[in-house]
Design a protein around this ligand. Structure first.
Ligand code: ZN
Length: 427
């Protein structure tokens, strides 16, 4: 047995290897009908648990006029969805079930602290390892993490925890050449097998390797939290000799989804979360969290596609697949007539444009700036292509920019859309 897993299991007072082995086995067991039934049953069971044991959750249901008096006859479709604002207001925790608290600073700048019961608190890494297994890495393989500044203010406990977990962190905010060279040197000298980070940070690092003709040989790169950047794939292949796998995770809602080597959607680990898509919006039910009711929780993400892909994947996994993410629900702006327009309006056009490495839509002084990163295009060419497109579809002033610095949020994420007039692109 892997000594790190053993040690962490002792520290956590929970058998992480067992959880991991169950994840690995279960991803090949079942069919569309049995998995759907399991997801439905799990969701209903955690709902019943909270109705029975959680008076604050009952208060919330009462406020929505939902009748739960007959638990044997619950219409799942009618159970009210719950938002972060609702959870802040009612704070429906069950103290006796709490193992620890987590905080989702996430993409909003208002941290939200919430409790988890034991399996919910510990499911994350054994789920990550399912993805690491796709590219042949083992639990706690050496990993470089390029993440938000929050990761940098490390307490002693976090330092020890990272050391035991074999994680070396770098600040995604530090875009200096020195930092990128340091990341490269670390990966090379410490025999790092995995790089994990925001899609934009990974892309920047890969571009640095390209500019300086530096080569690495690692097992896999995992991107998270932001829209994927297709251009990175080519760079990873050439400069890191590996593939990039997108991952979708939220601990508020206990969802974990990961790409297999076929890159045809994100396999959802349904043992911890029942995921539904309602009018494109993702709803999560954390089926193992007995301490806090993330039940039909509106996490704020939009799905690509109206439904989950339920058929067995060619990789052999039967886990349902989320076809992709379409950004946060707050990625909307208003045109001059006050009509709401999705900031994803350029997304399809840009996705099929291999000359664009990354893009961002910035709103400032009632003008939209579409910033494209490209080492191929001229200003004239992007105006010709993108300004023409924008003029036909958006009733607002649009300016196309080339290779401007991307705006980052306080947590170092690069949002696809940011409104500088509100000084905060999200929430
Ligand atoms: Zn697959």
């Amino acid at each position: 047995m892997n000594w790190r897993v053993l040690l962490m299991s002792l520290v956590r007072r929970f058998n992480l290897m067992n959880m991991y082995n169950q994840n690995i086995t279960s991803q090949y067991i079942g069919d569309e009908i049995s998995i759907q039934k399991e997801m439905d049953d799990n969701a209903l069971n955690i709902f019943k648990f909270h109705v029975k044991n959680n008076n604050k959750y009952r208060e919330f249901l009462d406020s929505k006029g939902f009748d739960y008096s007959n638990l044997n006859n619950i219409d799942w479709g009618k159970i009210p969805t719950i938002t972060k604002a609702d959870l802040r207001e009612y704070y429906p925790e069950i103290k006796s079930e709490i193992y620890n608290y987590s905080s989702s600073g996430g993409s909003t700048n208002k941290p939200f602290k919430y409790p988890a019961s034991i399996e919910s608190a510990l499911f994350t890494w054994p789920s990550h390892w399912m993805l690491h297994d796709v590219f042949g890495a083992k639990p706690y393989s050496k990993m470089v993490m390029i993440m938000g500044s929050g990761n940098m203010k490390k307490s002693k406990i976090t330092l020890v925890y990272h050391k035991l977990s074999n994680i070396i962190t770098f600040n995604a905010f530090d875009r200096s050449t020195t930092n990128k060279q340091k990341i490269y040197n670390t990966i090379k000298s410490k025999k790092v097998e995995i790089i994990y980070g925001f899609a934009s940070s990974i892309n920047e690092f890969l571009l640095y390797l390209k500019e300086n003709d530096l080569y690495l040989n690692i097992k896999g790169i995992v991107t998270t939290s932001e829209n994927r950047i297709p251009y990175s794939q080519k760079l990873a292949d050439k400069y890191c000799n590996c593939d990039i796998y997108d991952q979708y995770g939220a601990h508020d809602g206990d969802v974990f989804g990961f790409e297999c080597s076929l890159h045809d959607g994100l396999h959802i680990n349904h043992k911890y979360c029942t995921l539904e898509i309602l009018n494109q919006e993702i709803l999560l039910t954390a089926v193992k969290n007995k301490a806090f009711p993330f039940i039909k929780y509106q996490v704020g993400d939009l799905a690509a596609g109206e439904t989950l892909k339920k058929e067995k994947c060619e990789c052999g996994r039967v886990l349902f697949r989320l076809q992709g993410l379409n950004g946060r629900t707050i990625y909307n702006f208003k045109d001059i007539d006050g009509n709401v327009v999705s900031a994803l309006i350029f997304d399809t056009l840009i996705k099929h444009d291999t000359n664009v490495m990354q893009y961002q839509l910035v709103e400032k002084n009632n003008t939209l700036f579409l910033n494209l990163l490209s080492d191929i295009y001229t200003q004239e060419e992007v105006d010709d292509k993108y300004l023409t497109f924008a003029k036909e579809r958006i009733n607002k002033k649009v300016i196309i920019c080339l290779n401007e610095t991307m705006h980052k949020l306080a947590n170092a994420k690069t949002p696809l859309y940011i409104n500088l007039d509100k000084q905060n692109g999200e929430n």
